[in-house]
Design a protein around this ligand. Structure first.
Ligand SMILES: [Zn+2]
Length: 106
């Protein structure tokens, strides 16, 4: 593994740890007991929906980051899955789990 891959692996692993931490906090929020007040319950249900959506996004991001680490291992990291072009460094910096070049993602 080259040095730049090792650095990338660090970035991706750091991101993964952060996402997993976020997800565990979301799960904790979801298991909180609900109020017996009906007006408050309505508010809580709304909050739950927001929390669910964030949880889902976080799960997707975790899967994408894990997949990126797998591709890094295989040596296919940074290559567009659609057209085989090299994904630009700037794009990977902004979005380390990107699987498509900017043209194919557009
Ligand atoms: Zn492409």
């Amino acid at each position: 593994m080259s040095n730049s891959n090792a650095a990338l692996e660090q970035v991706l692993k750091g991101r993964l740890a952060e996402l997993e931490h976020r997800l565990s906090r979301i799960k904790r929020d979801q298991t909180q007991e609900h109020s017996s007040d009906s007006a408050e319950q309505a508010q809580e249900r709304e909050n739950d929906e927001v929390v669910d959506a964030i949880g889902e996004e976080t799960r997707v991001a975790i899967a994408a980051t894990r997949a990126a680490l797998g591709r890094l291992d295989e040596g296919s990291y940074g290559i567009c899955e659609n057209c085989g072009a090299t994904i630009s460094e700037g794009r990977l910096e902004a979005m380390p789990e990107a699987t498509h070049c900017i043209k194919c993602a557009a």
